[in-house]
Design a protein. Sequence first.
Length: 668
Amino acid sequence: MADSIDCAGESIPFRQGLTGTEIFSTDRAVVAMWLNGEPADLSRELSPGDSIAPILIDSPEGLDILRHSTAHVTAQAVQDLFPDAKLGIGPYITDGYYFDFDVAEPFTPDDLKAIQKKAAQIVKSGQTFNRVVVSEDEARARMANEPYKLELIADKGAGEDDSAAVEVGAGELTVYENVDRKGEVVWQDLCRGPHLPNTKLIGNGFAVTRSSAAYWRGDQANASLQRVYGTAWASKDDLKAYQDRLAEAERRDHRRLGAELDLFSFPEELGSGLPVFHPKGGVIKREMEDYVRARHIEEGFEYVGTPHISKETLYFTSGHLPYYGENMFPPMLVDEVRDEEGEIVKDGTPYRLKAMNCPMHNLIYRSRGRSYRDLPLRLFEFGTVYRDEPSGVVHGLTRVRALTQDDSHSYVAVEDAAAEIRHLLGFVLSLLRDFGLNDFYLELSTRDEDGKKKDKFIGSDEQWAEATATLEQVAAESGLELVPDPGGAAFYGPKISVQARDAIGRTWQMSTVQLDFNQPERFGLEYVAADGTRKQPVMIHSAKFGSIERFLGVLTEHYAGAFPVWLSPVQVTAIPVAEEFNDYLYEVAEQLRAAGVRVEVDDSDDRFPKKIRNASKSKVPFVLIAGGEDRDAGAVSFRFRDGEQDNGVPVTEAIERIVEAIETKAQV
């Protein structure tokens, strides 16, 4: 009805001055409202015909508003303590917020403690957030001492990805005032909002966490500012749980564990994003490769190999240089000839480090005629590719510049695409389960259909529609949760990615399956159909690990370095109670090696308790201990990683237990 308000399906009579504060006054968990589909302050006056719904503080949108409001309180605290500080921007981010400041000196740890204390005082004081719509002239007057805000006002309506949009957007200008209990404005900021009704709703579930340098608007040519980070949650218990998760994530950090367990390192001499695997890390990497190679062969794939470089023209044909070129390393010139004076007398041919394996697999397909009887043709390789990643985003093994993909490409008839995708998805999920990842959902990445970014994708609308529908159908049939990812497709086709949750609930993108009509067309791939006509196959890209490096990094954190027996670099450590039992345990170790077990005997000069501690720190799955009674009985004491121990286990039984744990991929 035109003279009423629709409140979550309930009709409420309209009257002048009616606000969300009045409608939701009985529920303290409501901190904002949806107003005609947009988040808004509860204090906004309503109009006839408006549609509203509550936003709860512990909902995703409520947490965003809580964090944005806490950012304002933090900025107020900074300017109370450092009156000369100039404001940058202060948005909410995942799990928290930040605010940028122009200050004379970087913030110290003591400064951050003082900011936290002052912010807590502001929270308890119960200030209200008051939204004021202003003209550009009034905004400039209010922000007269804030040069960065004045710049944002001047840039009002800049592109949606610009930092100006965080504060001013392209619509009306608004200022949010912090008003104390006396009704006086004690602080203000140019901001789009919305905000909490009152600072008290922030409670004690927030923390100022750290500071760093940041360039104004992300541009190195601009001023260097100080960025203060914080986190905010709906309750103190939620904050504590988040801090515990951070501490656990730090304990599991694969970069630290890689060094502690002697698995891999990142030498400065090589440059960032270029890891080296040590012998123990090499064992895990080899086990992963052996496993996935055998599984591909079982699933009907044929192993191939391709070079690390090729002529640049190949990547124009595939579309990578026009659409992916910023991620590729610059060209190198081959066969360039210079005379004695250094003048070029013969131009070189530009070559590129490969960023993708698929163009070379297309050449293998095209190397001879193909018939429908050859399809599906499934090609697979461990292909090392190179990506020109900025140093700022390189991160341990999970974001590198040289990565090895267990990369496969299936060439099938159009009508068989769904069946092949189904086959690949089943393969992927079984592989993840074998590595102990059992909690996952699917993400469907599609082309941006609103027209803003369509030029970033190749192919016809019909091809994209058919490819997307096929992937969506197979994903739905899997029974797994399916989450849309509009705009996240590869330039040549949509994809399904498997998002796996690790032991502490973090989500990682793992395997991908991509359907591609475009590269077969660009490479002129054909097969002779049963009726004698020539047809074009479709191509399905799939990487099961994604990359071996990233998968190993994720596994290291998932298991906190305590890998299952079959992946552990050392599966058994044998520890003699005293030196006289060394020879006996060497005999046991030889029997274990004969059974295919990776074993070490600790015959060092360390005392027995320290040897046990060393084995525990190295996260070895099994420790076999022997003293006089064990030797005389042909037995060992069988110690597990969790500290439990079985005494007097016959050697043959101990070996059987270990071999069974390896063969069954037990999560010991």
